[in-house]
Design a protein around this ligand. Structure first.
Ligand SMILES: CC(C)(COP(=O)(O)OP(=O)(O)OC[C@H]1O[C@@H](n2cnc3c(N)ncnc32)[C@H](O)[C@@H]1OP(=O)(O)O)[C@@H](O)C(=O)NCCC(=O)NCCS
Length: 185
């Protein structure tokens, strides 16, 4: 589904624009996917894996999520630059359609400005508008203190841990934590 465009204030006084993805965002998205993979170990993708992302693939992804009835993506721009994006998806399965997954990643230049808080609130709003959705779910990698703080501040609670789920290039192992936010019952 698509979201209505909105503007919000950042902590540093600038404004951010949020909207659904468009074809014109494809080059910036490919750059963002690579840059964010370089900037943090807390995403699943590595820079050298980003070759699999292509303009055609991103177009197909944008078209699919914009026209789907069980997911949405929000792109966020600051000063015309793609700061990051976030996504919500949910299953249509009879036994699992009460669960929605959320994910978010921003370029490092835009961390700590309140974008994560605002975008997560928007994803929650989308979820609350779906009668079937009862809970939001996400995962984060051990050590991602900023993400964990954001999620705990917004009402997510840790519900499980997958030991050594992530193996970094230097062979360091990291746990992966699951979190849930109950919206209604
Ligand atoms: C994680 C991420 C989405 C957070 O978004 P953000 O816009 O930076 O977050 P916000 O500015 O809204 O801050 C959220 C909270 O984090 C906390 N926080 C900020 N800096 C922090 C730090 N260095 N360490 C711990 N907590 C911190 C604050 O409590 C803040 O809440 P407050 O504004 O009420 O004080 C963003 O940093 C990011 O994209 N990181 C890289 C990719 C990633 O890790 N994605 C998540 C994968 S699970």
């Amino acid at each position: 589904m698509t979201v209505r465009e909105f503007v919000f204030d950042l902590k540093d006084g600038r404004k951010a624009l949020a909207r659904s993805p468009r074809d014109e965002d494809i080059p910036a998205t490919l750059d963002y996917l690579y840059q964010t993979a370089c900037e943090t170990d807390y995403l699943l993708r590595c820079p050298e894996e980003c070759g699999k992302y292509t303009p055609e693939g991103e177009k197909a992804f944008f078209d699919r999520i914009n026209s789907s009835d069980n997911g949405a993506m929000i792109m966020c721009f600051v000063d015309g630059k793609l700061a990051g994006n976030c996504e919500i998806t949910w299953s249509k399965g009879l036994k699992t359609r009460h669960r929605a997954s959320v994910a978010i990643a921003l370029r490092k230049d835009f961390w700590g400005l309140g974008i994560g808080t605002r975008l997560l609130a928007e994803l929650e709003k989308i979820a609350r508008e779906q009668e079937e959705i009862l809970q939001l779910e996400l995962d984060f990698i051990e050590g991602n203190a900023r993400a964990r703080a954001l999620y705990e501040k917004t009402g997510f609670r840790i519900t499980g841990v997958k030991p050594d789920a992530i193996r970094l290039k230097d062979k360091t192992m990291r746990n992966e934590y699951s979190m849930v936010k109950v919206l209604k019952r």
